[in-house]
Design a protein around this ligand. Sequence first.
Ligand code: ZN
Length: 174
Amino acid sequence: MESVLPFKFKPAELAQRKYSGHLTLPVAHFKRFSALLADNSGEVKADARFFVGEGAQVNATGSINAIVAVTCQRCMHAMRLNINCEFSVAFISDESAEVFAEDAFDPLLLDEHQEVSAVDFLEDELILQVPLRLVHSEEQDCDKSVIEAVNTAGDNGPVKTHNPFSGLDKLLKN
Ligand SMILES: [Zn+2]
């Protein structure tokens, strides 16, 4: 029986009872992640399994699934980014705490109540999944009309560019 991961939780308690659950959160809840996107639409779906690992280290592994809208840096049109990844987290109570887990676990700092929010739990992993260079994978997928509009600096194009010839008419009349 799957259960829904609470909005805020104590990983140590969940690990003690080998909890596994899932959650769905609107993309808009992830402020740092959604700042990288074209809009806040969509949901983040995740499942997680908590366990006590080597050296009594509290860990969680799971997967994240989200379809979000990003802006293509070549044609400036929105495109879909499909995020599908696995994660492994080692919860630590202070920065200096030694992580007993293997390198495969990303350390995640707990708050002063030994809790973590579902957003903090997933957000760093989501941000890592956004490529630095966001363009349509094939140039022909980019919207041609937009590229032409940008190149010719058309007045009705979606990208406003300064027209170096805008004052020319006036000059010619004098
Ligand atoms: Zn494009």
